[in-house]
Ligand binder design. Structure first.
Ligand code: FMN
Length: 207
């Protein structure tokens, strides 16, 4: 313990349940409070929410929540949409290794996929966007970069329809390993992990 006097906690500004992050000097000022708030929050995870882990060029991993737009159980692939230029897109450009974790608290289940992440092409990205609910679809359309050159009103650029989503990119994580985990009564759990057999759609059990 250091000899300096503990500083009195500053009042953190919270309005309508939202924290004034710009006024914070340190994350320590709110993490405990947010954790406390979460302890009584029973709202379900959004449908399709998964934790995506990427790794930057120095080997530093980072994680964030994204929505899985497509899960292909047969090929062991999950796809998601994001904005070009986010930290995850920079990470993926530097290191293609990634992982995704689904957690379904009500059933007490997790699915962990580890593998290789790659950008989808424009057509595949558009197909994901078309599958979005209408409101999200409009949001994805707004992801178009502002600097895009404008054609004269009513004239499609280059004679072609403009892309459905400019700044929105689809990515696919192709698993090389999948683990299924399920809780059991009294705090126990069972897990089983498989690795992909070569570049096939067959899986070999590891544990
Ligand atoms: C429930 C939930 C769903 C989210 N879904 C997405 C998503 O599908 N795509 C996305 O880019 N960001 C999504 N986000 C925001 C990301 O967690 C993240 O903050 C943002 O993409 C910036 O990530 P970066 O660390 O790669 O810059 C979601 C956040 C939450 C809480």
């Amino acid at each position: 313990m250091s000899g300096s006097k503990p500083r009195r906690a500053r009042a953190v500004s919270v309005r309508g349940g939202k924290t004034d992050l710009a006024a914070l000097e340190s994350p320590a000022e709110v993490i405990a409070r947010w954790a406390e708030d979460a302890a009584t929050d029973e709202s379900p995870l959004p449908r399709g929410a998964m934790t995506l882990v990427t790794v930057d060029g120095s080997g530093q991993p980072s994680a964030r929540v994204v929505i899985c737009q497509h899960l292909d159980a047969a090929t062991g692939e999950v796809s998601f949409l994001t904005r070009a230029g986010t930290r995850k897109t920079r990470d993926i450009a530097a290191c293609s290794r990634g992982a995704a974790l689904f957690y379904w608290p009500k059933a007490g289940r997790q699915v962990r996929l580890e593998g290789v992440v790659a950008a989808l092409d424009a057509g595949q990205t558009d197909a994901l966007v078309l599958g979005l609910p209408l409101l999200h679809k409009l949001g994805a359309r707004r992801m178009r970069p502002r600097a895009q050159p404008q054609a004269a009103a009513g004239t499609p650029l280059g004679g072609e329809a403009p892309p459905l989503v400019g700044g929105c990119v689809g990515y696919c994580l192709r698993a090389t390993s999948i683990e299924l985990w399920e809780s059991r009564p009294l705090g126990g759990h069972v897990a089983r992990r498989w690795v992909r057999a070569g570049d096939t759609a067959r899986w070999e059990v590891v544990t």
